[in-house]
Design a protein around this ligand. Structure first.
Ligand SMILES: Nc1ncnc2c1ncn2[C@@H]1O[C@H](COP(=O)(O)OP(=O)(O)O)[C@@H](O)[C@H]1O
Ligand SMILES: [Mg+2]
Length: 240
């Protein structure tokens, strides 16, 4: 292990979709308690990186460590138990169930959560996203896009993760909702959550990220402060 300050360490990670290489020697670290952003053009492998970390995409080479332990080949269910939670860019919630039941299911994805853990997590979710408390009995499928994103993040938080992986939380959201979601992610840091988020909205993420990584063709090609990444992505390279 390189450092116990690192919650996540990827070393030369490779992964494929069939014959298509999605991750081609990807290496980067995320420090405990940080917000790290992964940015880059469409098809760079950003979603693939999150899927590899949370056990949804098989890793064919290299090493992924979570809190010092190698987690390659571990199932997503097990990784939820160990403290990793993932929100897909499609914001997969259960549309025919209520907001309350979606949140309850998030908590049950991890065994051993006490009633006190669950009620404290619910209180935090309502503090971050008051609208969810107002809409507790509403069917999730009838929420707006922004509310669905809040519910997806809230549900992920209910499992008590130490590492949250978010794929494009700002996608298709109006600017005011982008700000709301970004500030909620920022507040989650005060609850001890480390977040790795993929973003297309580099400007929005630059306000909250501690550190950013720029990906192209399956690997990290630049990294730095959000300001450095902003100027990098404003250059000749187009961020999609
Ligand atoms: N389900 C899939 N089947 C086959 N190839 C895929 C699939 N999803 C992504 N890919 C390919 O893997 C590479 C990385 O994709 P992805 O991780 O989705 O990129 P990003 O999230 O950066 O836009 C791309 O070449 C993409 O075409
Ligand atoms: Mg993607």
């Amino acid at each position: 292990m390189k450092s116990d300050k690192m919650i996540l360490e990827l070393t030369d990670v490779r992964a494929k979709y069939g014959l298509v290489s999605a991750l081609d020697g990807m290496s980067f670290d995320v420090g405990r308690g940080e917000i790290a952003a992964l940015i880059g053009p469409h098809g760079a492998g950003k979603s693939a990186a999150l899927k590899a970390i949370c056990g949804l995409l098989p890793v064919t080479g290299g090493e992924i460590r979570f809190e010092g332990n190698v987690v390659n080949g571990t199932s997503m269910e097990k990784l939820v138990e160990w403290g990793i939670s993932y929100v897909d860019e499609k914001r997969l919630i259960f549309p025919s169930m209520s907001v309350a039941d979606n949140l309850a299911l998030g908590a049950y994805r991890r065994h051993g959560r006490t009633a006190a853990d669950i009620s404290s997590a619910r209180a935090t979710v309502f503090q971050l996203f008051p609208v969810l408390e107002e809409r507790l009995e509403q069917t999730a499928g009838t929420l707006s896009g922004g509310e669905k994103q809040m519910l997806a993040i809230g549900r992920a938080f209910m499992s008590g993760p130490r590492l949250l992986l978010l794929d494009c939380p700002s996608l298709r959201l109006a600017p005011i909702l982008v700000r709301k979601v970004m500030s909620a992610i920022f507040e989650l840091r005060a609850h001890g959550i480390t977040t790795l988020l993929v973003e297309q909205n580099v400007k929005a993420v630059s306000h909250i990220a501690d550190y950013s990584y720029f990906m192209e063709k399956g690997k990290i090609v630049a990294h730095g402060s959000p300001a450095e990444l902003l100027s990098y992505s404003n250059g000749s390279r187009l961020v999609s």
